[in-house]
Design a protein around this ligand. Sequence first.
Ligand code: SF4
Length: 445
Amino acid sequence: MKKVYLRTFGCQMNEYDSERLLALLSGEYVPCQAPEEADLILINTCSVRRKAEEKVYSMAGRFKHLKARRPEIIIGICGCVAQQEGERLLKRFPHLDLVLGPQNIYRIREILEEIERTRRPQVRVEMESGFRPPVVVPSLDGKRPIKAQVTIMQGCDNFCSYCVVPYVRGREISRPPEDILREIECLVRQGVREVTLLGQNVNSYGKKEKGFPSFAELLRMVAEIPDLWRIRFTTSHPRDLSEDLMRAFAEVKKLCEHLHLPVQSGSNRILRRMNRGYTREEYLEKIRRLREICPEIALTTDIIVGFPGETEEDFAETLFLLEEVRYDEIFSFKYSDRPYARAREFPEKVPEEVKAERLSRVHTLQARITEEINRSYIGREVEVLVEGPSETRPELWTGRTRTNHVVNFSAPPGLDLKGALVYVFIKDTGKHSLRGEYRRTIQGP
Ligand code: SF4
């Protein structure tokens, strides 16, 4: 059997595509951990942030020596950077054999055959409108998987002014509900108990397709699948967060009480320039309503600091918003110009040192809020889906609460809790996790 080394950068959508790539290659290739051992090297890339793109280039450059030593290996770049750069990648890295856009990963086998037959590099970045990805279920044998991700839609129509996604992933298209349900059912048969529905903007699922359910309706359909215990989803656009979807958090028992709702900025002026399609007030009103419907919901968000033209006053609005909402966790980034995105043409770029300083203030503020929220769990009993022994402290078990907090906990020896749903009593907190003690099993693995 040949060996494939696959390195993934970026978001959950990319992880999902990487799992599909491995599934499509199985039977001919087995994954390996070292590029030196591989017959096929694939870098699945992300171009949403400049830093990730730069890492991809540096990694692709490093493989040049490997190719010189073993010309028979096939080296490819897949994903968003491949889509964005196309042929240019071959000019920059003449040792590459393959440039593969996200829609084309499903043709990997036939394209590899073509490369082996002709020994000529291939660039496949065509995008088809109305593209329907086939149902590909990763082979999970022997791994006792607990969680899995399922893409429910591809692309995005929103054109936020800082974002490259609509250009590299294409326009928004939803997968048919029957494909999604079939894929989840296959995963559940293999032991998956928690599924995360993925898309760039999941809550606009089905809006463009005639006869498709709404996202809230799809959630209810997924919840009907027997032996599936938990459902999550990401990412949502605040503008498309409907009352029906908010009510699903209270009504669909399998839907975990966690919502990632990217706000990006607390300043209306900046939100307008970002083309986000909502105001600070509208966003906060949705949060208020959501908490009214589902008081225990945990919230996370994305923040961009240093967007072109962001003044100290705009930035202060973001800090006030963080104080007001009190997210459980945030993902914050310094703004960087991205190819095609409109904001790269905006003047008034914020200097790097100002961005770095603002990012550090965001981190300091959020660290305090996260710690306060984590401490509020002490003394409570929480439901945890156990993923397995902790990687850093194997004497402890690890899993997540419904609110998506990581819990490390002790349990009596001899119990095999992997894949079980248990109650854990929280006794302490770490920087990014809760610590506790096993109480009882709700449902066995
Ligand atoms: S909603 Fe905006 S930020 Fe998100 S993928 Fe679409 S364009 Fe990018």
